[in-house]
Design a protein around this ligand. Structure first.
Ligand code: G
Ligand code: G
Ligand code: MN
Ligand code: NA
Length: 254
């Protein structure tokens, strides 16, 4: 277990890294983007997954600093790929409560302006629900403001939070990202299949895009396609990988 002080030091010492996991159109094979996923390259403990260190800072201001690092790093990587002729929209995870910061819109706008290659839709924020929001209407207005300068939103882990349907109803998110727990068990559990169908129906009715995460096997992918899902992300397609491996993966993907 790591202290907040140790994590602050890790940020200063550049010990965090981003891995990237492709999102593809399973019907056409088109790569539609990558999700940035944080890891801690710990000098003694090795590569640590976010579940082993993010919860410790969730309620702490350091989470804001780390979130800003993630955004800057992901956009720097977007630029580097663009320089190499690879246009790859990036998605960054963000805790919904961070959208409540008073200066969120202006800080995000400033960061976007530092990356003039970004076009509308090239940056997506995957909103995670870890705590209840105090003011849904305010957060909705924050998202709306961010969309005016081209930043899009996805509702992450859709279906598992306390307020998925409230979020769908009020937030101008262009994509629902159905939680991987429903996908994982879809082959054995008809009720999870029913949820996948229902959420797809919601996405259509509310004119939102939808992506399935946790596509672990070819069979999961085939079944999702048969149901009408097109976009997918998961181990059957690609594992999260370091940025430098992405160009080679794109080559081999075809
Ligand atoms: O990469 P992995 O599957 O271990 O990620 C586990 C969880 O950590 C996921 O739910 C993911 O959304 C979250 N996560 C990964 N990277 C980030 C990040 O940069 N910021 C936040 N807030 N959550 C992240
Ligand atoms: O909640 P979020 O969408 O941010 O979670 C992304 C996390 O899911 C990443 O940490 C990634 O490692 C993990 N992940 C991605 N694909 C798969 C998969 O096919 N199976 C499982 N179990 N986890 C996956
Ligand atoms: Mn995510
Ligand atoms: Na998710």
């Amino acid at each position: 277990h790591e202290s907040i002080e140790r994590m602050r030091q890790a940020l200063a010492d550049d010990e965090f890294v981003l891995y990237y996991q492709p999102k593809v159109n399973m019907s056409t094979g088109e790569v539609v983007g990558v999700e940035a996923l944080i890891r801690w390259q710990h000098p003694e403990r090795g590569l640590l997954a976010p579940a082993s260190f993010l919860p410790a800072i969730q309620q702490h201001p350091l989470a804001i600093d780390l979130g800003e690092w993630v955004l800057g790093e992901a956009l720097g990587q977007f630029d580097a790929w663009a320089d190499a002729g690879i246009r790859l929209p990036v998605s960054v995870n963000i805790d919904a409560i961070h959208l409540q910061q008073s200066d969120f819109v202006e800080r995000l706008r400033a960061e976007v302006e530092r990356h003039p290659r970004l076009r509308p839709g090239d940056l997506e924020l995957e909103v995670l629900e870890t705590n209840a929001l105090e003011d849904i209407a305010h957060v909705a207005s924050v998202m709306k403001a961010c969309r005016t300068f081209g930043v899009e939103f996805a509702l992450d882990d859709f279906g598992t939070g306390y307020s998925s349907l409230t979020y769908l109803r009020h937030f101008p998110a262009s994509v629902l990202k159905i939680d991987r727990s429903f996908v994982r068990d879809m082959l054995d559990d008809p009720e999870d299949l029913t949820i996948l169908e229902g959420v797809l129906g919601l996405a259509v009715a509310f004119r939102r895009g939808i992506i399935a995460e946790g596509v672990e096997t070819l069979l999961h992918g085939r079944m999702l396609l048969a149901m009408g899902y097109q976009l997918g992300q998961g181990y059957a397609i690609a594992r999260p990988m370091p940025a430098k491996v992405i160009p080679g993966w794109l080559e081999s993907w075809g």
